[in-house]
Design a binder for this molecule. Structure first.
Ligand code: ZN
Ligand code: ZN
Length: 238
């Protein structure tokens, strides 16, 4: 199959690789759409302690199941699914408490497991049992289903921040995560909803961020410098 393999930092090659064999407890998805996450770009430039190169990145994906292991009964060939990134182990103290987002093993598609920048992606036993696989309705295009993972991040943030109709909010960052987080997207019918993207304000934040080194920014050169600063102190998690 064809795959985009990150062979070393800033060198991604589209090449033929062996299609994954499907174990009895795994499934194989044909990738129909995959997004490029900000974290994919950071890994491309700077690597990540959870990613050993060469690796296939990509975790915002949707596709169709084309092979199912003998012992899997949750899914069938032909199911249309969307994928998320993080895969809780299902066994650690956090997973047993139902808060797999704090899983100590912290596996993810496109990190320890090969991701979806490929024609096919293997979903192994842990992904099948505990991972973020969701069946999607026939009328949902794959391109939209691939956005389920970033949209879920947005909705999670909105729930945690307890934003209500009538609140005045500031959204820092008008990228693919910041835009759906925007009040117009979250509360399209809210009276008096007058969102503004103030570019000048964003530039001001960038300039302040430059001075502070670890501030807020979206500028590519500055973003690189920020990564260099943040990654060592966060163990490559930031
Ligand atoms: Zn992502
Ligand atoms: Zn766990």
């Amino acid at each position: 199959m064809k795959a985009a393999v990150l062979e070393r930092l800033e060198q991604m090659t589209i090449k033929e690789v062996e299609a994954p064999a499907v174990p009895d407890d795994g499934i194989l998805m044909k990738v129909h759409a995959v997004g490029i996450c900000g974290s994919d770009i950071r890994i491309y430039h700077h690597g990540n302690s959870r990613v050993t190169l060469p690796q296939i990145l990509g975790h915002e994906a949707a596709g169709q199941i084309v092979a199912v292991g003998k012992s899997v009964n949750k899914f069938q060939v032909g199911d249309r699914i969307s994928l998320g990134a993080d895969v809780p182990c299902g066994e650690c103290v956090f997973c047993e408490a139902g808060i797999g987002n704090n899983c100590q093993i912290n596996y993810a598609m496109g990190y320890q497991y090969p991701g979806s920048f490929a024609e096919y992606v293997l979903l192994n036993k842990m992904v099948v049992n505990f991972g973020p696989i969701h069946k999607i309705a026939d009328h949902i295009p794959y391109e939209e289903a691939a956005l389920a993972e970033p949209l879920a991040c947005v909705l999670n943030g909105l729930e945690l921040s307890d934003v209500k109709i009538g609140d005045t909010v500031v959204v820092l960052g008008a990228g693919p995560i910041g835009c759906p987080r925007h009040p117009r997207a979250a509360f399209p019918a809210a009276p008096g909803n007058r969102p503004r993207l103030r570019r000048r304000g964003r530039i001001h934040l960038l300039q302040r961020g430059r001075r502070n080194q670890a501030g807020v920014g979206g500028n590519r050169r500055f973003g690189r410098r920020r990564c260099h600063n943040v990654q060592p102190i966060s163990g490559s998690a930031g």
